[in-house]
Design a protein. Structure first.
Lengths: 318, 407
């Protein structure tokens, strides 16, 4: 049994283990690298990592360079989950057969994917891995858009966002569909642990990641990843955007244990209006025209209702 | 709990699927990630039953699609151990993306491909459309004509694929239903002898070696992609052929069963010959013998190794033949048959003047009968006598409606 890493403060945490190099090609202000470091730094155990095709992958493993100081694999757009599941199966086989080179280690198996590769094209692969309950963690770096290919909509893109394949125009307010409730769907697999995290709430996040690492079985994490390029905000404001997302309850932080025990893990002292979250991003600029303002008020209603729903579920333990 | 060995008779009555599953069991695979599809399903079911009865110590992961099956195989192989799976037809089409990734990442994986037609129209029976579809995927491809060969070639494939000079995944083809579901006598090896032949898996760049972290599946653009692909091809052309011969020779020493990249039957003094794959080879051999009784010196060439393609062995095998027919069990889709093109390519820069014709046959499991082959050999004899192809170069065998001929 591996010992849980003790983390005293943010400074120590952010420098505690550098298995993900700062030498990478991600945009300045990209939340992906912050999230990845928070995940990797949460443990001292060995890691077997995978990334789906996407920003994280193309920016960290361009031959002959790598940003990864831990075993890492990329296959395709849709299958980082199953790549890690295959590696986890191999670990179990070699453990049974007594052929592990370092049998005393307690490796953690982690797959990363963007929302495009998770909510959309890799959805089936993740569902399969969760259903089979591999001893692994799947983490969505959720920036609500196909960022690597230039900002096309995914099923995580929220209603009203202007994306290149759902652009705002004279008769359209942009994306027409509500964001898919990925955490709810994954929770419904009755997996041991599912949680939504945000890099700004690092204590909450590291607690959940460590809880996930200590869990036997499949863990699903949805991490909010504000995208300076596609959300259109100043790169220095990444953490501010993460704050707005959690404090407006657009991205509520909660966990679902075994599919039924829902715990809200962060209750903002001062709830920020959704309008403020939207106003901070260029992708929602058009919503502030008179003809589209109804989208903002409808959004506020949905957020309020969802917050009510989460609290009811938390109380009812369903 | 230690796993159990299985006592086998010297000769067991197995169909091709069961023969493949038994060889997989004997190879003591570490991870099988698989998804069932007709006609390869009994391989996966058979392996699952071995696992349920404690004959398999490795992991068996039933995933949710063929794409996931090969994805899991790639992850497992990169982690560092022996990996195999099985599929057919549509399943292969779904996993095709990952086949290229497996070979490009130089991961040894063994895939039993039970050949079946590709839809539409939907069809579960055997032809070689799936085999041809992945001909350029960078995998080694063996072709078994019988259950015995499906068994033997599985054991051989692990040895070739996992060799550290090779590290290229391998497919073993067998004809859907005709081989996969037809029981025949199969000479077996004991579990210990079979495993000793395959040998222990020797990891390389394994993700589970935590002292030496490794990055698998990087991106390369115009600066390096070409070199990687060229190196892969170079190894297929220069290293794999010799390794296959070496393992074939070791297998012959162990069992007395001799395999060749190109299997020649009555070719030494033949005037006419058929080149084909799969179960058609055995049918053609039988008819060739009957043709000799009628005064036609007929021979048969079976393609045992489809990738890397045995160009020189083919040219050598048919260099003295006057008329040759190449049989393709796949819709040509607006071209000459795939195998026809390969044989043409083998001969083009030689001085050989062989009357070469191509025949499309057996699509979707349509039988190739002895009567078809009698007609074919007679047609070849006419070509041989004339010193040229008297018909159109591409003809269809056994299809209803008006005669189809092109080129």
């Amino acid at each position: 049994m591996s010992e849980m890493k003790k983390i005293k403060n943010l400074k120590e945490f952010s420098t505690s283990a550098d298995r993900f190099e700062g030498a990478n090609l991600l945009c300045p202000g990209c939340a992906h690298s912050i999230i990845v470091r928070e995940v990797l730094n949460a443990t001292n155990d060995d890691l077997v990592l995978a990334s789906s095709t996407g920003c994280l992958e193309v920016c960290t493993a361009v031959y002959p360079y790598t940003s990864w100081d831990a075993s890492w694999i990329h296959i395709g757009f849709e299958n980082s989950s199953t790549a890690v599941a295959g590696a986890e199966a191999m670990y179990n086989a070699l453990k049974t057969k007594g052929r592990l080179k370092q049998p005393d280690r307690t490796p953690k198996f982690v797959a990363f994917g963007g929302d495009g590769s998770s909510y959309d094209i890799g959805f089936q692969w993740i569902s399969g891995c969760m259903e089979r309950n591999h001893n692994m963690m799947y983490i969505v770096l959720d920036n609500e858009v196909y960022a690597n290919t230039g900002g096309q909509r995914s099923s995580s893109t929220p209603i009203g966002a202007s994306a290149t394949t759902s652009p705002a125009g004279t008769i359209s307010y942009g994306e027409q569909k509500n964001k898919k409730d990925m955490l709810g769907i994954m929770g419904a697999h009755n997996i041991p642990y599912a949680a939504q995290v945000s890099p700004n709430k690092w204590k909450d996040m590291v607690k959940k990641i460590q809880k996930g690492f200590a869990t036997e079985g499949a863990v699903f994490i949805n991490a909010v990843s504000p995208c300076t390029t596609e959300w259109k905000f100043d790169p220095k404001d990444t953490m501010h955007l993460a704050d707005l997302s959690t404090d407006s309850l657009v991205f509520p932080l909660y966990e679902i244990i075994e599919g039924h025990e829902l715990n809200i893990t962060y209750r903002p002292k001062n709830i920020v209006p959704v309008e403020e979250y939207l106003a901070a991003q260029g992708r929602f600029k058009h919503l502030f025209k008179d003809q589209y303002k109804h989208v903002i008020s409808e959004w506020q209603t949905r957020v309020d209702e969802n917050w009510e729903y989460l609290q009811r579920r938390e109380a009812a333990r369903v | 709990m230690a796993f159990d060995k299985m006592e086998l008779k010297d000769i067991e009555v197995w169909d091709g699927n069961h023969a493949a599953a038994q060889a997989m069991r004997q190879a003591q695979i570490d991870v099988v990630a698989a998804y069932p599809i007709t006609p390869s399903t009994p391989i996966v079911e058979g392996y699952a039953k071995f696992k349920a009865d404690n004959y398999v110590e490795g992991e068996f992961v039933m995933v949710e699609s063929e794409h996931a099956a090969m994805s899991g195989c790639v992850g497992a192989a990169a982690a560092g151990g022996r990996v195999a799976t099985a599929t057919s037809s549509q399943g292969l089409a779904l996993m095709a993306e990952v086949l290229y990734q497996a070979s490009g990442m130089r991961l040894p994986i063994v895939l039993n491909l039970v050949n079946r037609a590709l839809a539409a129209p939907l069809n579960v029976n055997g032809d070689h459309s799936d085999m041809y579809m992945v001909r350029d995927s960078g995998w080694i491809q063996f072709d078994a004509f019988s259950p015995q060969e499906a068994y033997d070639l599985n054991l051989i494939a692990f040895r070739v694929s996992e060799d550290h000079d090779v590290r290229i995944p391998a497919i073993i083809n067998q004809d859907g239903f005709i081989t996969s579901h037809t029981a025949q006598g199969v000479h077996t090896l004991s579990d210990d002898v079979a495993y000793n032949f395959v040998g222990e898996y020797k990891p390389m760049n394994d993700m589970l070696d935590f002292e030496n972290p490794v990055t698998h599946g990087v991106q390369t653009e115009e600066d390096w992609h070409f070199e990687h692909k060229a190196r892969q091809h170079n190894d297929m052309m220069t290293i794999v052929p010799g390794k296959i011969e070496e393992v074939f020779a070791d297998f012959e020493k162990l069992t007395g069963r001799k395999y060749n990249k190109v299997e020649c039957y009555d070719m030494n003094d033949a005037d006419v010959a058929v080149v084909c794959m799969g179960t058609s080879v055995e049918t053609a051999r039988e008819v060739a013998t009957e043709m000799r009784a009628k005064g036609i010196k007929a021979g048969v060439v079976g393609i045992r190794v489809f990738r890397p393609f045995p160009f020189f062995e083919i040219a050598e095998a048919i260099k003295d033949i006057k008329a040759v027919a190449v049989l393709d069990r796949c819709a040509p889709g607006g071209a000459a048959g795939t195998l026809f093109n390969e044989i043409s390519g083998s001969l083009y820069n030689t001085d050989l003047k062989i009357a070469l014709s191509g025949y499309i046959y057996g699509l979707g499991g349509r039988d190739l009968t002895k009567a078809h082959l009698v007609d074919l050999f007679n047609e070849l004899q006419a070509n041989a006598d004339a010193g040229k192809v008297l018909t159109q170069q591409q003809q269809f065998i056994g299809v209803r409606g008006p005669k189809l001929a092109y080129l």
